[in-house]
Design a protein around this ligand. Structure first.
Ligand SMILES: C/C(=C\COP(=O)(O)O)CCC[C@H](C)CCC[C@H](C)CCCC(C)C
Ligand SMILES: Nc1ccn([C@@H]2O[C@H](COP(=O)(O)OP(=O)(O)O)[C@@H](O)[C@H]2O)c(=O)n1
Length: 300
């Protein structure tokens, strides 16, 4: 599924303890080094790798530190919005949707903190895994966590944690394990679920007086916002990962493909099926399906 970000990425990951630095060196195109005499390149290259190996932490330390940082970040995000809601600085429904948008966006943005080792995705999966356990434990009322319930449950009941928030975190977990940062499919689907679906609610709830003819709970402006924000966030996240060398994107084609994925996600979000399947499942699944058809299993 995942293709190497650029020729040599796999080699860097296998051999270098600080593959993150190497991965950022020059992802695409001929390197200026290709114009240098071969012996000079070998000399400079070997010394650079030796210098990096001497100063860089092993991949497991890098991944451990990134895991701690992301797990603490997830806790801090929920806590921060609880405090803002408590102080009445942010309205409750808006606070929940900001957590919805930021969780996915910041989680994806954190992926380059992890090394290029094959185990890195498992480290990255720790935060969504711990959060799904947390949602299960408090959703089943085995313990109580007022902060979590107030921040992410719609009506403040613990059972609600077992629906939207749990599905959302399980989709993050699935995507990081299956697609990781090397496939546009995961990046685009998470962008649609976090950014697109989040903004449909944020904008639609405030300005959505004109409802869709086939769904009186959803509005034109909400769906248009979902399309635009899902499309833009996917493009920004793809640009982020392609500029770091994790995916190769053919931009002439990518915008059309992203528009089609955003359209599919928007249509699925606004059809009256929320009672049957939660948006946090239907939106990423539809996005994955269309992205898989359009982008294929390679990263073009
Ligand atoms: C509020 C959430 C979903 C509700 O969906 P909906 O019912 O409004 O459609 C999102 C819940 C987020 C979760 C509790 C925290 C997830 C953290 C994530 C695994 C990692 C974020 C890391 C980052 C660095 C902050
Ligand atoms: N396409 C959309 C989606 C949501 N919305 C607004 O956002 C509110 C919440 O949407 P939703 O029921 O899909 O919320 P979640 O299930 O995503 O939390 C709706 O009641 C609408 O006011 C909209 O106007 N248009």
């Amino acid at each position: 599924m995942a293709a190497a970000a650029w020729p040599g990425a796999g080699a860097a990951s296998a051999s270098s303890p600080n593959s993150l630095l190497l991965s950022r060196s020059r992802p695409h195109g001929p390197s200026p080094a290709s114009y240098m005499p071969r012996r000079l390149i070998l000399g400079v290259g070997t010394s650079a790798v030796a210098a990096l190996a001497a100063t860089a932490p092993p991949a497991v330390l890098q991944d451990g530190a990134a895991t701690l940082f992301v797990t603490a970040g997830a806790y801090a995000l929920v806590r921060t919005f609880d405090v803002l809601t408590e102080r009445r600085l942010v309205e409750k429904s808006l606070s929940r949707k900001i957590v919805h948008v930021l969780s996915g966006v910041l989680f994806m943005a954190s992926w380059p903190l992890f090394s290029n080792s094959t185990e890195a995705r498992y480290f990255a999966a720790v935060a969504p895994f711990l959060n799904s356990l947390r949602l299960l434990i408090y959703g089943l009322r085995l313990y109580t966590d007022e902060v979590l319930v107030k921040s992410v449950a719609r009506e403040g009941k613990p059972e609600e944690l077992l629906r939207g928030p749990l599905y959302y975190v399980l989709v993050l977990l699935f995507s990081v394990l299956v697609f990781w940062r090397e496939s546009p499919i995961g990046i685009v689907s998470l962008s649609m679920m976090s950014g697109g679906d989040g903004f449909a609610d944020i904008v639609g709830r405030r300005y959505g007086s004109v409802k869709l003819p086939f769904n009186q709970k959803k509005s034109w402006i909400g769906s248009i916002s979902m399309f635009i924000s899902g499309f833009l966030l996917s493009a920004i996240m793809l640009f982020y990962f392609s500029s770091l060398g994790y995916v190769h994107v053919s931009w002439e084609e990518a915008f059309g493909k992203l528009a089609l994925v955003a359209l599919a996600a928007t249509v699925v979000e606004c059809i009256p099926a929320t009672d049957v399947v939660d948006d946090n499942i239907s939106v990423p699944l539809a996005s994955m399906f269309v992205a898989l058809l359009l982008f294929g299993s390679n990263t073009q």
